[in-house]
Design a protein around this ligand. Structure first.
Ligand code: ADP
Ligand code: MG
Length: 425
């Protein structure tokens, strides 16, 4: 046992250059190494990837990694290779001979991690190809995609269960930052996990302060918040048009290094913009919520929402991208009564979004009351029941995120120390 522990540590140091594990990484790794089905529920940025990447190196065979987005998989493969780890990607756009090369490397035990899109697991051809390839385990990243509750739902995740049952009876490790009990329950059910060992941690982010402010001039406010900042920022807008207008305005006012991103751009351009943002220090990106899944930018310490996000879960994910390096970080949510009213009438026509809308507005209204009214204790407590009642939502669904907000220190802009502090560290 001690030799295994020292092997884990030397592998961590050798490939990743880290001297110690973060909370629960070591425990989750042990669970997988012992062959147990494992769930890992840790906040964004906590270091979930390591929980499957390191065991993949220590076990014989290839670990199969299922992930929802090809762009995300490409980044990960590239990152792993740059660390000297043999990782490959199988995508449908590859030529037959390219696939054969990859499968050959797996067969020889060279490839330690093989990234695949979930739909591949249902392919008859792929299943046959897998028969003579030793698979160590299956890692399901962003495992909440199996839940129909969220906007990230990927119907193809259902193939993972049958793939394991019919092709490879190996352990599964499922990882997500969504820790609501109902989503966890669905993950266990739909992946067919057997007596999984679960590792989860409080969602409180010590280094992240959330600010809320009512403003009728959100563009101007964004400019004020960002001028002088010497670190990267992410600004979320509701519409594509807004991202372009705001970017133009910030550039006109003399902020350099600003770019926009939305799903209306060609995929080539999106990849280019994402890469540029990730690689330049102190760059501002103005985006719709099409941007961000799996993003890890170390100098991102500011996230601004120009208007209320689509759901509390979105909000949680989006602000969670700030401060992954543990340094002080700030999230600002700007809102106005007219903006809320416009949202209301827009969403009136869409029943599905309405529930989400009520969740976020009820949250916001509670916050506004506090912001505009009496100064509360520094830690804000929001009664879960109230949100449940207002939203008409299944209580379990929002609990994890609400827990995050409960535990988070919520501040109001009069406490904001100003952009100068964004330059300090
Ligand atoms: P998650 O998938 O949970 O959002 P990632 O796996 O992308 O998080 O990791 C977030 C960041 O934490 C990465 O930059 C990673 O290098 C870093 N990290 C992970 N584990 C450790 C560790 N044990 N020590 C130091 N940094 C770590
Ligand atoms: Mg991740």
């Amino acid at each position: 046992a001690t030799s295994l522990q020292s092997l884990k540590h030397s592998t961590l140091l050798h490939f990743w250059g880290h001297h110690s594990f973060r909370p629960l990484q070591s425990e989750a790794i042990d669970s997988l190494l012992e062959g147990s089905d494992t769930t890992v529920l840790l906040p964004t940025g906590a270091g979930k990837s390591l929980c499957y990447q390191l065991p993949a190196l220590l076990l014989e065979g290839t670990a199969l990694v299922v992930s929802p987005l090809i762009a995300l998989m490409r980044d990960q493969v590239q990152q792993l290779r740059s660390m000297g780890i043999e990782a490959e990607l199988l995508v449908s756009s590859m030529e037959d001979h390219e696939m054969e090369t990859v499968l050959g490397l797996c067969r020889e035990g060279v490839t330690k991690l093989l990234f695949v899109a979930p739909e591949r697991l249902s392919s008859r051809k792929f299943r046959t190809q897998m028969e003579d390839i030793p698979i160590s385990f299956i890692a399901v990243d962003e495992a909440h995609c199996i839940s129909e509750w969220g906007q990230d739902f990927r119907p193809n995740y259902r193939h993972i269960k049958t793939f394991r049952e019919q092709v490879k009876p190996v352990p599964i490790i499922a990882l997500t930052a969504t820790a609501t009990p109902s989503v966890l329950f669905e993950i266990k059910e739909r992946l067919g996990l057997s007596k999984p060992r679960s590792f989860s941690q409080s969602f409180r982010r010590e280094n992240l302060s959330l600010f809320f402010e009512q403003t009728l001039e959100p563009f101007e406010r964004v400019y004020q918040l960002l001028s002088g900042a010497r670190q990267s920022a992410l600004v979320y807008c509701r519409t594509r048009k807004q991202t372009e207008l705001l970017t133009q305005m910030l550039l006109n006012k003399g902020l350099g290094n600003v770019d926009y991103y939305h799903a209306g751009l060609s995929s080539g351009l999106r990849t280019k913009k994402q890469k540029q943002w990730l690689e330049s220090p102190a760059k501002i990106l103005v985006a719709t919520n099409a941007f961000g899944m799996g993003i890890d930018k170390q100098d991102l310490h500011t996230v601004i929402h120009l208007s209320p996000p689509q759901s509390i879960e979105n909000y949680y994910q989006e602000v969670g991208r700030a401060g992954r390096d543990g340094k002080p970080s700030f999230a600002f949510l700007l809102y106005s009564q007219p903006a809320l009213t416009t949202m209301d009438s827009l969403l009136e026509r869409s029943i599905a979004s309405r529930v989400e809308f009520y969740k976020i507005t009820s949250l916001l209204y509670s916050l506004c009351q506090i912001a505009d009214g009496e100064r509360p204790e520094r830690t804000y407590y929001m009664p879960t029941e109230k949100i449940e009642r207002l939203s008409g939502c299944h209580p379990q669904k929002i609990r994890g995120v609400v827990e995050f907000l409960h535990n988070q220190e919520l501040l109001f802009l009069k406490d904001y120390p100003g952009p100068s502090t964004l330059q300090i560290h």
